[in-house]
Each structure stands twice: as structure tokens, then as C-alpha cells.
Design a binder for this molecule. Sequence first.
Ligand code: NAD
Length: 496
Amino acid sequence: MSASSASNGARQPVFVLVGGTGDLAMRMLWPSLAMLDQDGFLSSDLRIISVAREDCGTDVCVDRIGEAVQKRVGESLEAETLSRFRKRIVHLALDAAHDDWGDKLKAELGDIDKLDIVFFLSVSPSLFKPICEHIERAGLSKAPNRVVIEKPIGRDLATSKIINDSVAHAFDESRTFRIDHYLGKETVQNLIALRFGNIVFEPLWNAQSIDHIQITIAETVGVGERLGYYDEYGAIRDMLQNHLLQLLCLLAMEPPSAITSDALRDEKVKVLRSLKPITAENVQTSTARGQYGPGFADGHPIAGYEAEKGSPSNTETFVAIKAEIANWRWAGTPIYMRTGKCLPSRSTEIVIQFKPLPHSIFGAEAHANRLLIRLQPDEDISLTLMNKAPGLTSEGMHLQALDLSLSLIKAFDGNGDGKPPRRRIAYERLILDALNGNNAQFVRRDEVEAAWTWVDGIVQAWTDTHMKPQMYPAGTFGPVSAFRLIEREGGRTWND
Ligand code: NAD
């Protein structure tokens, strides 16, 4: 039984997916729901209502959903799951911004006082306001009903406030679930387990022992069909403001008092508020902006961003930032973050670079320890340790760096068949949590606003200093300035 039924007595759970025929829904949301069904996480009486402008009728819509689910998770899907799953779905062709759609939905729903409804708005944020107004007007926004919204939550602090205010009119904060799908990733959740489930890291997890931290989210693809959207946002708003800063928070936050939603999010927001502002004075040495030019990436020749757009653009497709957290734990330890498109490899990884020994009896042979946490494409954790190189030498002992390595895929080979377990779609965790009313892995409004406050300062500093993106050939790790950013100090280098 789902916790939504458990926590709301006899109310019947309903999942309303607005934007049910869209790209996100087809690639991620329907397959996630189907797998939750297969694994027994959906209440047997859960109804799913797809709302979209397309007037395709339930049968055609459900066929399309079935195809999308097969395409994404077909290898793991059992035939009876799909037939059970299809029966849950009704499609309503409605313009959620203009129609009196709340009333039409209500007519479909029946006695709304007996329902526990999750609205998932998989549509452009410009529609959140009219959609929430219609939901409220139809009396569908009362507790326990809740809303899930997707990024982007604005393109700066001011626009994020407009979006948040329009949603807040209908749903209070405790019933507003802002998705950052990185928080649904198994490996990202493992950061919490790693940090707070082991005693060995905590005494070293500070500026006294850690020289610097690197966080990289590298994509091999270009902007593709998202160019219209992307050109308005760029890498700093599309990736850094949300995913990279969420990773930073999980790495840098103080131990929360409990694993409850407010305890976790209180600690994350403190990190965001402690980020040292980047201003016109230090933006040139603290940030790098790049835009991919002609080259070769993801197995294809790339014409370059401006050529794809067909006109000049000041939008960055790569950003690197040296962030500093002004608090007792982290003062003096820089955190280098970077993300970009058309890079040589697709990976998400975190490097915790420890400081050198205070005094080395082995001379320069003793390298500093390094903890590498790789989240994508493979999930593994490795700690570089110094060892005695085996064998005899006439000069005495020599050291050799070796990795203590943990492959999470091998470690959690639940079937014992040597095959890696199915990698869950991040949305599975998040949809399940939304159905259960658990918002710990969703982003609170004050987190969004603190992140925008910091990012807005950087964008303003770029404008004030006329700092334009530097071209980097597609298929390379960003512009020269990104290398200078890290190499400027103490012989540091990116872990490429
Ligand atoms: P999309 O354009 O492919 O689909 C939009 C869906 O919304 C369609 O089903 C369409 O019928 C429906 N829709 C649009 N206007 C409507 C209206 N007035 N009334 C009812 N239905 C309406 O968009 P998408 O790529 O699926 O993205 C959806 C949201 O998710 C956007 O906010 C996007 O920024 C966000 N997002 C998408 C992705 C992705 O990978 N596609 C990733 C992260 C975030």
C-alpha cells in the first residue's frame, strides 16, 4: 500500500500528470510510474490522469505511453505490469491554461473529498500560474493535495519569486514539491549515506584536511533541439544553479540532526547562504565562461553553437566556478565546479583532494590522498592511498599510490548473476516520495532563492565586466580560462 493511502486514511490516490504527452513524460515519467507499479509501490487503487492539449483519446494516448515505457524499460518490464498499468490511465485533452479545466477534471474525478491528488506539472513554468489558478478555483488545491513542479524555477531570483508566488497562492510550501532530479539519483543519495553513515570521514571533512573539492558534470551532447530554451539560460542557469549547487550542499553541509525534510534542507540552505559572493572585482579569477565552437563530440562533427543557432550568441555552454564557503568548516578550501556541453566524456564526479602530509618522511614520493566519487557513467568510490612499492631496492623503501576501490554496481549485484542491477530512473524515487508526501528530496523555496541570489551576482558581474564566453573546440574540456582557474593556485589540476 502506498504511504499516500496510509497517511490520508481512506482517500483514494490520484496522480494527475499535466503535460502527459510531452517529452519529459514519455522519456522519464511514464516509465518511472510503470516501474513503480511493477515493484509494488503503487496503491492498487491509484488512478492516473494524463492532461495535455493533444486530443488523442485515452486509447491512442495509452498506446503511446505503452510504447514509451517499452522503449525505456522494456527489458525489465513484465507483460502483466504493462496491462495493469495501462488500465489505471485516463487521458483528458484540455488546455490547462485557458479551458475551465479544473471543473472538467473535477467531473472526471468524482467526490474530491475522498481523494488524495498529486498534480505533476510537466509543462513550461509560464503555465504554472494559470494552471494553479484553475486548480484552486475548482477547489482541488486543498490539503492533502500537492503539486510537483519541474525546473526551471525562473531564470533569476525575481522570476523565481513570481513562479513561487503563483504556486504558493494555491499550495502551501509543505505541499509544493520542486524537483531537482539529481536528488532522486541513487548515487547522489549515497552522498548522504557516505558522509553521515561512516565515522571515518567526518574528522577530516574540513578545511584543515581538505585542500580543495572538484565537482564536474560533463555532457558530450550539444544543445540540440533545446536551443530555443537554452539560449535564454546558458550553463550557469541550466545546470549550475540547481544540480551543481545541490551536490555542493550535500558535500558541504553540517550533519543534520535527523534525516527529515526540514533538518536536511535547513542545513543545505545554510551552505548556500554561506557562499562568498562573486563580484566584478573577482569574477575574472573566480569564473570561466565558454561556448563550444566547431569540433567533434559525441561521435559527430559539431558545427559550433553559433552556427547551430544561426546568429551570434552570448550564451555560455560551459561554466567553471571557484566557489568559497565562508564558514568555520570550509574557509580556505575552494570548491571548483564545472559543467558544459560537447565535452570529451559524459561524467559526473566529485574529487575530494586532501592536503599533503604535514611532514613527509618519504620526501616527494608521498602524494596527498584523494577520494573520488563517480556518479556517472559508473558508480564507484575510490580512495587513493600510499603504499610501499613491493620488492627490494638498494635505496630503501619506495612508495606507490594505489586505489582502494568500491564499484557500487558490483557490490549491489542483487541477483548474483554478474549483471548490474537495473539503474533506477531518478524520477522513480521522486514520484514515489511525492505520492507518499515526503518532500525531503525536493528543493525548498528558500534554497531556490539562496541559489539564485548567488548566481544572479555572478551573472551581474559578467555583465559589469563585459565578460563574454570564450570559444572552446567541441570535444575539449572547456576554454583555456577554465584550466587557468584551477591551475592558478598551488599546482592544482582538473581530474581529467
Ligand atoms: P514538451 O513541450 O515536450 O511537452 C509539454 C507537454 O505539455 C505536452 O504534453 C503538451 O501537450 C502539454 N501542454 C502544453 N501546454 C499545455 C496546456 N496549455 N494545457 C495542457 N497541456 C499543455 O515539454 P517537456 O520537454 O516535456 O518539458 C516539460 C517541462 O519539464 C518543462 O518545464 C521543461 O522545462 C521541464 N524539463 C524537461 C526536461 C526534458 O528532458 N524534456 C528536463 C528537465 C525539465
